[in-house]
Design a protein around this ligand. Structure first.
Ligand SMILES: C[S@@+](CC[C@H](N)C(=O)[O-])C[C@H]1O[C@@H](n2cnc3c(N)ncnc32)[C@H](O)[C@@H]1O
Length: 309
């Protein structure tokens, strides 16, 4: 498993986004103040105040300080602002009502690298996360026996792993976040863990996949056409594709203000048709809670048809 070098400032700034997603207001302010970027801003503010109230000295030596300080402070502020806008562009897009086709990989990686330590507890205990169990239920109603190759796309810390291990001869997990993958590796359940974008991984898959899982992953991808095409092509004949989607108001997909994507049923049905996949089942379900409110969505089971003899 490869651990890419992450530019630290970016990780920290988007980490603030992760903190926003899960923390209360007091923890949010504390987390923000602990960011090195904000400490730098504080130092600039203090330095500027000192300079503003510095008494004039004979010969005006403080003039040199002014000449150096203000352009430097302005440059640092601009640099921080550019970083902030870049790192939080996904949230900003969501707030502006824009529709980028997916969350940037750097955003997803940084968000979940920061989240990894308390993801399991937060999801399972605080948010009553049901995605993996719902997928297992959908698959159980259909699947007989073990699948030779099961791929868990966006496997995260591997919550699906223990549920699907008994069904898999080989179980592979794929994820963008090295820290989430490290937690999955610690479970000792997956045969292989791969750090990759799921579309790229499936497009290059060498072996046919018998069961493909994506639990709470498509909330980070709006336009699912590339993912569906790659998955449909990689599935074995009769192979299954089980995933969850958050319920959307529109006909296709929307980027919600939370930064998560929602998908309409008609959109998924259309994609399945285009990619030659059969819809075995789709069921509305409560996937988890958010601030005590149920988050509803759909649990899908699609299948690549077997070619008639
Ligand atoms: C909400 S977590 C779900 C994790 C796991 N499936 C579960 O049910 O607990 C979403 C995971 O999807 C991963 N992810 C999001 N977009 C991805 C992409 N394009 N390729 C691979 N992994 C992705 C994230 O890194 C994160 O670990």
């Amino acid at each position: 498993m490869r651990r890419p070098d992450q530019p630290a400032p970016q990780k920290r700034l988007v980490g603030a986004a992760a903190a926003r997603e899960k923390a209360g207001p007091v923890r949010r302010v504390a987390a923000a103040l602990a960011e090195p970027g904000y400490i730098l801003l504080l130092l600039i503010a203090i330095g500027s105040l000192v300079l503003l109230f510095l008494p004039s000295m004979p010969g005006n030596p403080e003039m040199l300080l002014h000449i150096v300080w203000w352009p430097t402070a302005a440059l640092v502020l601009l640099w921080r602002l550019a970083h902030f806008l870049f790192d939080n562009r996904h949230y900003i897009n969501a707030r502006l009502g824009l529709r980028p086709p997916k969350a940037p990989a750097s955003y997803v990686r940084a968000l979940f690298d920061d989240y990894a330590d308390y993801y399991d507890n937060h999801l399972m205990v605080e948010l009553a996360y049901a995605g993996p169990n719902l997928l297992r239920g959908a698959v159980d109603r259909r699947l007989d026996g073990r699948s030779p190759l099961v791929v868990d796309l966006g496997c995260g810390t591997g919550i699906c792993g223990p549920l699907f291990r008994p069904l898999a001869e080989t179980l592979i997990g794929v994820d963008l976040s090295p820290d989430m993958l490290a937690r999955a590796e610690a479970r000792g359940i997956y045969d292989r863990l791969v750090e990759a974008d799921l579309v790229r991984y499936m497009a290059q898959a060498e072996d046919r996949v018998d069961l493909c899982l994506a639990a709470d992953v498509f909330v980070y991808i709006g336009d699912l056409a590339p993912a569906f095409r790659a998955i449909a092509a990689a599935l074995s004949e009769g192979g299954y594709f089980a995933f969850t989607t958050e319920a959307g108001a529109g006909r296709d997909w929307t980027l919600q203000r939370s930064g998560r994507y929602a998908h309409g049923r008609d959109y998924i049905l259309g994609l399945a048709r285009q990619c030659g996949l059969i819809v075995v089942s789709v069921e509305a379900a409560t996937l988890r809670t958010q601030r005590g409110e149920p988050v509803t969505g759909d649990v899908w089971l699609l299948q690549r048809p077997t070619v008639p003899a």
